[in-house]
Design a protein around this ligand. Structure first.
Ligand code: FE
Length: 337
């Protein structure tokens, strides 16, 4: 309480002399939804007294920050997918952060070696398989999805979607560009229908008998199970964790980056360290049925019930670097056509 009064007085005093506002606060631009973020920012404010202002955006974060330039109020950026994180970094809108706490809480493959972004949670891109028509041991590797045995049996969303582009980027890493193109062509040949809809729509299609396996992100299983209309879709499938041949399962991240012109860099670092703490990661992961990444943390029991897997150990920066090739390949094989 005392702290709130102090903050209010300080804001008024600062405004009255037209000086930059130095209130005890931190500003976030978020592509992630309020119900995921609010519990954590509330806990952070409770612990530190630092107020968190969040602008929830659907798109245009890079353009907005570019337009704001040095006057941008953003301290931190929250988003999912390495492609979105790296687009903010690539536009020169972030700054490097050095912190022993962050380094201890975030495994090396889930952060930028230069400190421009840090992962908070992971999600695996897996196979949803019909309980009736597919035996779990039939699904082994991502490479195997191009095998003719799956002809007319696979459903997926657009190959141009960030989730599938990241998977194809990983395939470029494992097989090279030519190998990845051949693989994608093989998967296309096995599709039951043209790519369409979101990840959950593919599970619905399995439930409806249109296809036998689908590619999707793990957390949608949790969302479907908890949605009365979609529970039957979830109940019709098993989550299976393919791997790349000789490697692990494809994962992507949600993460955080500090804005280049952050007006409150010290508070921003405090919030980053708070978010990467094992306890906060578990809360954040649970809210969206994702996996926390700090050593010693555990996913929610429902998430654990889908099974265990070994994540592919490629650094996500490599995937970001392969994105242009993945986009090109996806267009060349006319995956969505
Ligand atoms: Fe999603």
């Amino acid at each position: 309480m005392l702290h709130k009064i102090k903050t209010a007085w300080f804001a008024v005093a600062a405004a009255s002399v037209a000086a930059p506002v130095l209130a005890d606060e931190v500003n976030v631009y978020s592509y992630r939804q309020p119900q995921l973020i609010a519990p954590l920012t509330d806990a952070f404010t409770e612990e530190t007294g630092i107020k968190v202002n969040v602008a929830y955006l659907n798109k245009g974060m890079v353009e907005r920050m570019q337009a704001e330039g040095k006057r941008s109020p953003a301290d931190l950026v929250f988003t999912v997918d390495i492609s979105r994180l790296s687009s903010v970094v690539g536009a020169d809108l972030t700054q490097a952060v050095q912190s022993d706490v962050l380094a201890a809480n975030v495994p090396a493959q889930y952060r930028d070696p230069d400190g421009h972004w840090f992962g908070l949670t992971t999600r695996a891109r897996v196979v949803y398989a019909s309980k009736e028509r597919v035996k779990p041991e039939e699904v082994t590797t991502y490479e195997d999805l191009a095998d003719p045995k799956w002809k007319g049996r696979i459903c997926t969303r657009s190959g141009m979607h960030a989730y599938n582009i990241a998977l194809t980027s990983a395939m470029v890493h494992h097989l090279g560009e030519d190998g990845a193109a051949k693989w994608l062509e093989g998967v296309k040949d096995n599709l039951a229908r043209k790519p369409q809809g979101n990840d959950r729509a593919q599970v619905k299609a399995i439930w409806a008998g249109e296809c036998d396996i689908a590619i999707g992100n793990t957390y949608y299983m949790g969302k479907m199970v908890n949605d009365p209309e979609q529970k039957a879709w979830a109940d019709s499938v098993e989550v299976l964790f393919p791997t790349f041949e000789g490697a692990g399962t494809h994962v992507n991240i949600s993460g955080v980056a500090m804005a280049k012109h952050a007006p409150h860099p010290e508070n921003a670092l405090k919030l980053m360290e708070f978010l990467t703490s094992p306890a906060a990661q578990e809360i954040y992961a649970k809210a969206n049925f994702e996996y926390p990444i700090a050593p010693g943390t555990e996913a929610d029991p429902l998430v654990q019930s889908w099974g265990t897997f070994e994540a592919d150990d490629v650094n996500l920066m490599t995937l970001a670097g392969n994105r242009p090739a993945a986009l090109r390949i996806t267009e060349e094989v006319d995956f969505d056509g």
